[in-house]
Design a binder for this molecule. Structure first.
Ligand SMILES: [Zn+2]
Ligand SMILES: [Zn+2]
Length: 305
């Protein structure tokens, strides 16, 4: 779920400076939630440790990208990875259809495909929650994506300017490596029904995400219709993810899991477990650093250019 976009605009949350406590004197700060942003959703005074940074230690946010910035364009490498991802998904889908046709059993592969579509949404939410809340740019494997997600929260609108293959190539590469072995080793149409729909939805989740940031009048009517009936994540549901308290609506395929996960505070429970087991605080517990505030003013300035 790249929001793999803003690699060029590295951003770091102030949370990331926990590794330098001796250089960054710890002070106590009293926050009255009635007069500050409702990040913590609390009505009482909160005493919270805060890291005081000297000016030279602050990481200044990068400038917003230009509309024609090369980092938003697709490269041939992006297109090749997207093609390979599509090929592996289509091969799995073909195996599901051929297997169902030859065995005259259609119900199970179709049901498996539906389960794959539903679980892809859940998977997108779990992954997005993890990337949004834990690790930093130096985290192995996921560092670039964590950094990119932070960039997306700073300038959400850039995802709508990103070219198709640029937006999807990272997921397409992961899908290629994970689905290709299944394509080669498995002939079960039920398995392929599940794999094809699940991996396809995950690979295109970044496009669904981009459409969720789109303006209704500029989106294809079919996309708007699919968003309105809940087949694709809706614009209103995802916009809530980019508003305080920044800890809900993580799912970006259909969004069908969002209400259940948020109503039952599933991610908040997981955050508590991780905190008490490992002592790791999720970013959503902290007041938004400047990197996490939607720079809508800047966005609107650029949008009219
Ligand atoms: Zn997010
Ligand atoms: Zn978004």
């Amino acid at each position: 779920m790249s929001v793999f976009p803003q690699h060029k605009y590295p951003l770091r949350s102030l949370n990331h400076v926990h590794s330098c406590p001796r250089r960054c004197p710890l002070v106590l700060r009293v926050i009255c939630s009635a007069t500050t942003k409702p990040r913590l959703n609390q009505s009482q005074l909160v005493v919270e440790p805060r890291i005081e940074m000297s000016p030279d230690q602050l990481v200044s946010p990068a400038s917003p990208p230009l509309l024609n910035d090369p980092s938003l364009q697709s490269t041939w490498s992006h297109r090749v990875w997207l093609a390979s991802g599509c090929a592996t998904v289509m091969f799995s889908l073909a195996k599901a259809i051929v297997g169902a046709a030859s065995s005259h059993v259609w119900l199970e592969p179709v049901l498996a495909g539906y389960v794959g579509y539903v679980l892809a949404d859940l998977g997108s939410g779990v992954y997005h929650w993890g990337i949004d809340n834990y690790g930093d740019a130096s985290t192995p494997v996921f560092g670039a994506q964590i950094e990119a997600f932070e960039g997306h929260h700073k300038w959400p609108w850039t995802i709508t300017r990103r070219q198709f293959a640029n937006n999807l190539h990272a997921l397409a590469r992961a899908i290629t490596f994970s689905v290709l072995p299944i394509d080669l080793l498995c002939n079960d149409p039920i398995v392929h029904g599940f794999v094809a729909l699940c991996s396809g939805c995950i690979m295109f989740s970044q496009q669904f995400h981009a459409w969720a940031h789109g303006t209704k009048s500029k989106l294809p009517p079919l996309v708007v219709a699919l968003q309105d009936v809940g087949v694709l994540v809706s614009r209103s549901q995802h916009s809530a993810h980019h508003r305080p308290p920044y800890n809900n609506n993580y799912c970006i395929v259909s969004g069908v899991w969002n209400q259940f996960l948020d109503k039952h505070k599933v991610f908040e429970a997981l955050e508590m477990v991780l905190f008490f087991r490992l002592g790791v605080r999720p970013r959503s517990w902290s007041e938004p650093s400047i990197e996490w505030i939607d720079d809508t003013e800047t966005a609107s300035q650029v949008a009219v250019q």
